[in-house]
Write a protein that binds this ligand. Structure first.
Ligand SMILES: [Zn+2]
Length: 330
């Protein structure tokens, strides 16, 4: 999943290919999917924090995955991906507000990150990944939980779809820094991309997939074997051929990537959704939050005559005089 650095010296393209989700269908094989391409959005999110490169990469992957899933929500929905693990990156949080806003942050232990280097599975460690979907007050919140056991986020996504949605699904995620020629020297810029492919035949019995885990079967039990549908086998095989660079290349549009993959069975591209890096924090919201704290908590937050709050998502700083939020000046 680690991508090489991309070196390009392209001129800015008139055709917008970044920060979009493209939905597609391969009708002949009963496949549906989405391609996510992120340029300035992921660069903005990651640059708001001074994360070590391996942490930024991992968070970038989580952003792609969340955008991929969140963009399927109805207009009012919200999807929150959160990991909680014992690894060097102990928490990743990505918050997607439908139809198009995303924000994210990570919590990590620097010394342990340096020791784990670039291994996504080691960085995450063991714990769980929670996917919370909130589709407004009329609908129940839904939470899907996946155990993280030393694998990467692609593996966790496959586990999530197998357990929670029971739809045969493959996901590819890629993140890298692009070095681009610019006046004043080369500029580094984060890019990220991903593709999701799902098998959705009209006849549900065609959706059988081979069990990945034998489960708690007694020793000696033959693993449960099923023959997977030929259409899905073909879709999976095509997904295996997707290179990280194809997901990241700023000169390869999502449409061209899809054509490259599925020109033989034929592919139809539907709507494109533009994605924005936008935080929902604001001074009135922070003020309301502070006012909801106990008197004692508020008093303890006063330092050097003021209360300072930093948004974990976007690093925006809000400063209040104690009396503004009902705290005692010290
Ligand atoms: Zn914020």
């Amino acid at each position: 999943m680690t991508a090489p650095h991309i070196a390009t010296s392209r001129a800015p393209s008139a055709e917008a290919t970044d920060d979009i989700v493209t939905t597609f269908e391969v009708a002949k094989l009963d496949l549906r999917g989405r391609v996510v391409r992120l340029g300035p959005v992921v660069d903005d999110i990651l640059n708001r924090h001074d994360y070590p490169v391996p942490v930024a990469k991992l968070l970038g992957e989580a952003v792609v995955l969340t955008v991929m899933l969140g963009s399927a929500l109805k207009i009012e929905g919200r999807l929150i991906l959160q990991t909680s693990t014992d690894g060097p990156v102990r928490m990743l949080v990505v918050d997607f507000t439908a139809p198009d806003k995303v924000r994210a942050y990570a919590r990590f232990d620097l010394a342990r990150v340096e020791a784990a280097a670039d291994d996504a599975g080691k960085l995450l460690g063991h714990g769980h990944l929670a996917m919370t979907i909130d589709q407004g007050p009329e609908l129940n919140r839904y939470q899907g939980l996946v155990a993280l056991t030393g694998g990467d986020l692609e593996a966790a996504a496959h586990e999530y779809f197998a357990n929670s949605e029971q739809i045969p699904t493959r996901v590819r995620l890629a993140v890298a820094e692009e070095f681009r020629a610019a006046s004043g020297g080369p500029r580094r810029q984060w890019r990220a991309g991903g593709i999701l492919l799902q098998f959705l035949p009209k006849a549900p019995e065609r959706m059988r997939v081979a069990d990945i885990h034998p489960g708690d079967a007694p020793p000696g039990t033959e693993p449960h074997r099923v023959t997977e549908d030929d259409a899905w086998l073909e879709g999976r095989a095509l997904m295996e051929t997707v290179e990280d660079l194809e997901l990241l290349d700023p000169d390869l549009s999502s449409e061209r990537l899809l054509y490259r993959l599925f020109h033989e069975p034929g592919v139809r591209v539907f709507k494109r959704v533009d994605i924005f890096a936008q935080c929902s924090c604001s001074r009135p919201r922070v003020e309301a939050m502070l006012k909801s704290f106990s008197q004692d908590d508020r008093d303890h937050m006063v330092k050097d005559g003021e209360i300072s709050v930093t948004c974990e998502f976007c690093s925006a700083q809000y400063k209040f005089r104690p009396e503004e939020v009902g705290a005692k000046p010290n």
